[in-house]
Each structure stands twice: as C-alpha cells, then as structure tokens.
Design a protein around this ligand. Structure first.
Ligand code: UDX
Length: 426
C-alpha cells in the first residue's frame, strides 16, 4: 500500500484515483471545484464512464479514497503525487502547460521529503524538466507515466493495460511508480522521460493515422465497387497490421486525437522535422467530415437549403457523453452552414448543452427525431440505433434516405423497408 495524491479529478485523474484505491493504495484526490469534491465524497460521478461509480463507492466504503479541495491539502502525506490536470491546446497548436505549472507551484512547498511527482497529463516532450524547475525541490524526483485510457472503457483500460510506461532518469523512482501497478502484472516499459512522453504522442498519432488510412481506403472502395468492411477484415488478419481500430467512420474525434496530433506537429517543427504525413492524416479527417456532409446533401436531393436532417448520435463515439471534438458536431455545423434544419437524438443528451449548436432541435426519442426528416444520418455507433425498427422510422419520416456514417445498421433490413442506405466505403 502506497500513499498517493491525485491532482485533478477529470477523466484521467478520477479514473486513476479510483483504480489505484481499488488496487489497495491509500488515495487522496484534489480538485479546485468545491461542489465537485463534495459530490465525489458522496459517491456521485458526473460523467458517463463504465464502472467508475462502482469503484468510487468501493473506495469510499473501504475508506482508502477521499476527495479534498486544493492540491496542497492533498499532498502533505503522499509518497507519490500524480498530476492529472488538463493540457488544453494553446493558440499555436502546442499543449498549454499552465495548469501543470500552476499545480506544481501549489504543491512545491507542501510535498513530503523525497516524494515522487508523476506527470500523467499529456505534456510536450521535455515537460518533466518544466515541473522540476517549478518545484525547485532537489529531493523530489519527477516521473512521466502517460495514460492510454479510452473514454467509455477507461476503468478496464487502467486495470488491464496493454502496457505501463514509466520515464525517469532515476531508476529507483521509476521502479517505485511501476510497483504501484504490481497487482495487475502489466508489461512495464521503463525509459527516459523524453521517450515516455514521445510514446504517448506517437501512439495517439499512429492510431489517428490508422483511422485516416481506413477512411481513405473507404473512399477508394466507393470508387472501385469494393466493400471496406471486408477489406479491413482481410488486412486485419495480418498480424503486422492487427484487426483492431480499423472501423471506418465519419472521421475521428474526441478530446485527445485532434489536440495531440496538432501538438505533435508542433513538437516535430521544433525538432526540425516537417511531419507532412501527420498533416495529411489531419487533412484526410477534415475531408471525411465534408464527404459525409456531401452524402447527406445528395440524399436530400442535391441541396441542404431548407432540408430537414435527422441525426442519430452527437457524442464523439458511443458509451461516453463527451461531445469534445465530436465528428457528429463537425458535420452538423456543416449541415447548418448549408441551410439545413437539424433534429437530433443521442442517449446522453436530453437538451441543448455546451458543445451542441443552439440551432439543433434535440429529441428525447430515437424515432421522433426522424419525424418529417428528408435524410437520416447515423453519426455515433450507439446500440439503440442498431435495434430501432426501420418500419417505425418509415412511419414518421418524410424521405427514404439513410446515410450510415458508422456502417452500423442492417443494410438489408433498411432496404427492405424501402430506404436507400448509403454507408462508408461500400
Ligand atoms: C484515445 C486513445 O485510444 C487513448 O489511448 C488515449 O489515451 C486517448 O485518446 P478516446 O479519445 O477515448 O481514446 O477514443 P478512441 O476509442 O480511441 O476513439 C477515438 C475516435 O476514433 C472516435 O471518434 C472513434 O469513433 C474513432 N474510431 C475509433 C473509429 O472511427 N474507428 C475505430 O475503429 C476506432
């Protein structure tokens, strides 16, 4: 059992805190938001994240997990402190380190002698040094331990990681951080801080590259009469490629891929390398939003002006309520800009909220969202949509066009009900 402090209770910090408590450590989590801290101490989670509430309740019940206001209050007893604060995109595309620096300044004097400070936030290569500089504590070691958590399955990803990466010049500190994960027996990679930080960016950029590649092949499939889903099964069996992360879609999004890709472009420029490949990956993604918008426009008869478009799915993927950098919202903005009316349903969005354009009409029922619509666009892969009967939609919808941006629906069933079904890459 190690005494831990976690600074920041966003997706990463909260998941890290409750999971380390689940593994038996003594965990104090800090946030600046007084109301949020009170809610968490009552066991209330405000985000949709599988098993997070269950493990939060477990930690509170066992007494080895608690939440306090302010970073300094959390760290006084801690042997190891995790920085899990946001690193938003700065104006030039680089990651903004101000939260990391502010948190470091707040804990500098309060840290116990020879404590270890761990950076879990996604930070530019070299940030370990920045934290060291702000702390001004020669007795304290700073370690990089990037996270690879997917929203929606963050708890499972934490407890069954593909690997744990630890970067530190001091081997004893690296081993102490790696040992926190002993109970789950992960593959551990111990390396220097710059390599650990680069691993995080390289992993996300590689995954984004994989998806832009799939969507580019999908565009080719449409031109040559091939089926991208079969093509991906065919290449996925090659162990060097791997069968995961090959689903075509309306473009990739979420809080990490866009931000981290642009940050890596910046890092590359500063390192003297023009990363044209990654610029292309981002450009292909923007084109994908345009391509899906075009499919919807064609379904509406060639013009979106005055057309009513039903959109199923607003979040950036299923099993999360996160709207940040959502492909669905990017496409909706294009539809609205071309004069369409948009009515939408998403299982996690009950009314207009930050992130959803104010002109969108939100429905609380999957079928009613299609009433009188000219085109139905499926933009997030929620199961609710897969199981909705096409006949129920046909009874209320005006047009008979479905643009399935996730290749989610049963094409034959929808065609049988009289719909034109246009997917991605087939
Ligand atoms: C990602 C990384 O996977 C994770 O390791 C990192 O720590 C944070 O960023 P996340 O943003 O939660 O996680 O989402 P992810 O599941 O990776 O999906 C990202 C985007 O790619 C979504 O828009 C998703 O719909 C899309 N996607 C994913 C596809 O279009 N096809 C796929 O096969 C997989």
């Amino acid at each position: 059992m190690t005494r831990l402090a976690i600074i920041g209770t966003g997706y990463v910090g909260l998941t890290t805190g409750v999971c380390f408590a689940h593994l038996g450590h003594d965990v104090v989590c800090a946030d600046v938001d007084v109301d949020k801290v009170a809610r968490l101490n009552r066991g209330e989670v405000s985000i949709v994240e599988h098993r997070l509430d269950e493990l939060l309740a477990e930690g509170l019940r066992k007494g080895n997990l608690r939440f306090v206001v302010g970073a300094a209050a959390a760290v006084t007893d801690a042997e190891i402190v995790f920085l899990c604060v946001p690193t938003p995109q700065g104006e030039d595309g680089s990651a903004d380190l101000s939260y990391v620096e502010a948190a470091s300044a707040q804990i500098a004097k309060a840290l116990a002698y020879e404590a270890i400070v761990v950076n879990k936030s996604t930070v530019p290569v070299g940030s370990t040094r920045v934290v060291e500089r702000v702390l001004q504590r020669p007795d304290v070691r700073v370690v990089s331990n990037p996270e690879f958590l997917r929203e929606g399955s963050a708890v499972d990803d934490f407890l069954k990681p593909d690997r744990v990466v630890v970067g530190c010049e001091d081997n004893a500190a690296a081993v102490a951080v790696a040992a926190l994960y002993d109970a789950i027996r992960p593959h551990v990679i111990i390396t220097d801080p710059a390599s650990a930080e680069t691993i995080k960016y390289a992993a996300n950029a590689f995954l984004a590259t994989k998806l832009s590649f799939v969507n580019a092949i999908a565009a080719i499939c449409e031109g040559v009469g091939a089926d991208v889903d079969d093509v991906m099964v065919g290449i996925g069996y090659d162990k060097r490629i791997g069968s995961e992360f090959l689903r075509p879609g309306p473009g990739w999004g979420g809080s990490c891929f866009g931000k981290d890709s642009r940050a890596l472009l910046n890092i590359a420029t500063n390192a003297g390398y023009r990363f044209d490949l990654l610029s292309g990956v981002i450009a292909v993604n923007d084109e994908q939003f345009d391509r899906v918008t075009d499919k919807i426009r064609v379904g509406a008869g060639g013009s979106l002006k005055g057309a009513t478009i039903a959109v199923w799915g607003l979040t950036f993927k299923a099993r999360t309520d996160d709207l940040r950098d959502s492909p669905s919202i990017s496409i909706i903005n294009r539809l609205l800009a071309q004069g369409a009316r948009v009515q939408a349903f998403d299982p996690t969005v009950a009314a207009i909220k930050p992130g959803v354009p104010a002109d969108v009409v939100i429905h609380e029922n999957v079928v009613s969202a299609t009433a009188d619509a000219d085109v139905l666009a499926v933009l997030t892969e929620w199961d609710d949509f897969r199981w909705t009967a096409p006949a129920d939609v046909a009874a209320v919808m005006k047009g008979r066009h479905v643009v399935d941006g996730r290749n989610l629906l049963d094409r034959a069933a929808w065609q049988h009900a009289g719909f034109t079904h246009v997917g991605i890459g087939r």
